[in-house]
Design a protein around this ligand. Structure first.
Ligand SMILES: [Zn+2]
Length: 95
């Protein structure tokens, strides 16, 4: 499941798990790092792939955008819930 390239130049916010200090980096930065040392408390935050996915999902553009994330090998994500993309379980079928 690729992380959307649409957010490479977008500012994404991540909060330190230890002290809650928020920092902002580009999407492309989040793609390549795996840990981040908080500039406030010095704790090393581990940012796993699941965390990145959640982060990208949270910052993805709402429904109607030309950049629609899809699940690799699965159904396209078709609904924007206001929080994140949801799988197209309620996708209208032809018949
Ligand atoms: Zn911190």
């Amino acid at each position: 499941m690729p992380l959307s390239a649409a957010l490479n130049d977008a500012d994404l916010e991540f909060k330190c798990l230890e002290c809650g200090h928020a920092f902002v980096r580009k999407g492309s930065w989040f793609k390549v790092i795996s840990t981040f040392k908080c500039e406030r408390c010095g704790v090393a935050n581990r940012i796993g792939y699941a965390d990145k996915l959640a982060l990208f999902e949270k910052h993805s553009p709402p429904f109607g955008s030309t950049q629609r994330p899809t699940v690799n090998g699965g159904p396209a994500l078709t609904r924007w819930s206001g929080v994140g993309w949801t799988a197209g379980l309620s996708r209208p079928s032809a018949k």
